[in-house]
Design a protein around this ligand. Structure first.
Ligand code: AMP
Ligand code: ZN
Length: 471
């Protein structure tokens, strides 16, 4: 990677959920960063809202690579995430496996594989570690034993719970209101001492055999979702590490619980900086499986957009701002990217190209200031418009692109290849469509147009015949 060779030594600032302030980043160990990102629950496809959170973590990692060796851990939650984040309902994995009539392990393998494929397709750098919760059951049991010894746990009929009242700072991180007595919601577990208490270990029910279950000192069962992340984060990054990321929905429950159980067990600070990405919305509502409004990367591709178009769209909204997803906006991002590539077409990077350091520094001072991708991306676009061809233009853009996770050189090569190869196939379809139009088979001709459009070309019918244009 190019970016690791540049030492700009500029300040890196980002907003810390812990302090609610923008802070300058300072590592625990000189030259190194430990970063943990809550990964997917692999019972279904990840949607592009989930992907938005991973892209934020990826850009943050790229920023940090300027000056640090980054150890990034992203877990796979393949057991224990219940239907609500507050530990109510059944295990998402078991429910989905039953519904699909498949083995929970096979389900997890399938969606884990699809997740990592989408992740790398979106240009996210591979994490240094990608632990699965089911491979770390003994670490989770050890952590619960530690908590038990220190008096933070209690057992009721359905599991072992963390007593949040025993950890006085419990409400601080999420600025949670005091629990109001008598206001318990219907689905809450009446046997819990406090409604905010959460399961560390859940017991398998006698009447129903689970597919995923393990022996433990407390009985056969499975771990809670929150303890998984604490156990895996501490195993790979130590009791106290630099950065933890996730979506804003995790602040009040999942991350609050991770902090409580980790700090109660180790008596050390768990994490210094917490970075949370705002929601991706559809028509004003959070994109989520339960609302049935999800869009996946494969939906995007089926409509003729690329993963780079989606990344460009993500870049255009700051990670701490809610982002409304529309196909028109994606179209706009695609147009911006394609006009950028058209301007750069034909240029090449040469050995002795001079990098425009002033532009690069300006770009980084924007990006390093709370991961400001909209301004940094705009700076890149305006640089290409202003600067003459040659003079190291492409080399400078390639480095800026790398910080944003856009591989400009590869995109240019793909564009070149497309221009050389596609027209012949497209021309064939155009000819077929002309034949259909002569026969006045408008329905079939329209279907042919859709095919052509899916291949990235637009056809307009002029007096001189059909005209094709790249979308
Ligand atoms: P999950 O698979 O539900 O545990 O979610 C994986 C990650 O995506 C978590 O960090 C969530 O906070 C995040 N996430 C879920 N839905 C959205 C959304 N609509 N927009 C942005 N991030 C989301
Ligand atoms: Zn987590």
């Amino acid at each position: 990677m190019l970016i690791e060779h540049f030492k700009y030594m500029q300040k890196v600032l980002f907003f810390n959920t812990k302090s609610l302030e923008k802070e300058e980043f300072r590592p625990i160990t000189e030259g190194e960063v430990g970063m943990y990102t809550c990964g997917p629950t692999v019972y279904d496809y990840s949607h592009i809202g989930n992907m938005r959170a991973y892209v934020t973590a990826d850009i943050l990692k790229r920023i940090l690579l300027q000056d640090y060796k980054v150890r990034h851990v992203i877990n796979i939650t393949d057991v224990g995430h219940l239907m609500t984040d507050e530990d109510n309902g059944e295990d998402k994995m078991e429910v989905a496996a039953k519904r699909e009539g498949v083995d929970a392990w096979a389900l997890s393998r399938k969606f884990t594989e699809i997740f990592w494929k989408d992740f790398s397709d979106l240009g996210c750098l591979p994490p240094e570690e990608r632990p699965k919760a089911t491979d770390h059951i003994s670490e989770q049991i050890e952590l619960i034993k530690k908590l038990e010894k220190k008096g933070y746990t209690y057992q009721i009929a359905d599991g072992v719970y963390f007593d949040t009242r025993a950890f006085p700072r419990y409400k601080d991180f999420g600025r949670l209101p005091n629990e109001e007595k008598g206001k318990a919601r219907v689905e809450e577990n009446p046997k819990k001492r406090n409604q905010s208490d959460f399961a560390l270990w859940k017991f398998s029910q006698k009447e129903e055999k689970r597919q995923m279950e393990w022996e433990s000192p407390w009985g056969v069962g499975f771990p809670g979702w929150h303890i998984e992340c604490s156990a895996m984060a501490m195993k790979y990054l130590g009791n106290h590490f630099d950065i933890h990321t996730g979506g804003v929905d995790h602040i009040r429950v999942h991350h609050t619980n991770e902090i409580a159980q980790s700090e109660a067990a180790t008596e050390e600070i768990f994490v210094n900086y917490w970075v949370h990405t705002e929601f991706l919305l559809v028509e004003g509502k959070k994109m989520s499986k339960s609302l049935g409004n999800i869009v996946t990367l494969s939906d995007i591709k089926q409509k003729g957009y690329s993963s780079a178009d989606l990344r460009a769209l993500f870049l255009m909204t700051h990670y701490r701002t809610q982002m409304n997803f529309t196909w028109e906006a994606l179209s706009g991002a695609k147009a911006a990217l394609s006009s950028l590539l058209s301007r750069l077409a034909g240029e090449e990077v040469k050995q002795d190209d001079e990098i425009d350091m002033k532009t690069l520094e300006e770009f980084l001072s924007l990006l390093n200031d709370d991961i400001n991708t909209p301004q940094a991306f705009a700076h890149l676009l305006s640089f290409v418009k202003k600067k003459e061809k040659g003079e190291g233009r492409l080399a400078t853009v390639a480095i800026m692109g790398e910080f944003l996770g856009l591989d400009i050189i590869t995109l240019l090569n793909e564009q070149k290849k497309e221009r050389e190869e596609a027209p012949e196939e497209v021309m064939k379809l155009i000819e077929e469509r002309e034949g259909l139009r002569k026969k006045k088979d408008w329905g079939a001709a329209d279907m042919m147009r859709e095919k052509i459009e899916a291949m990235g070309y637009e056809v307009s019918d002029t007096e001189e015949g059909p005209r094709i244009q790249k979308k």
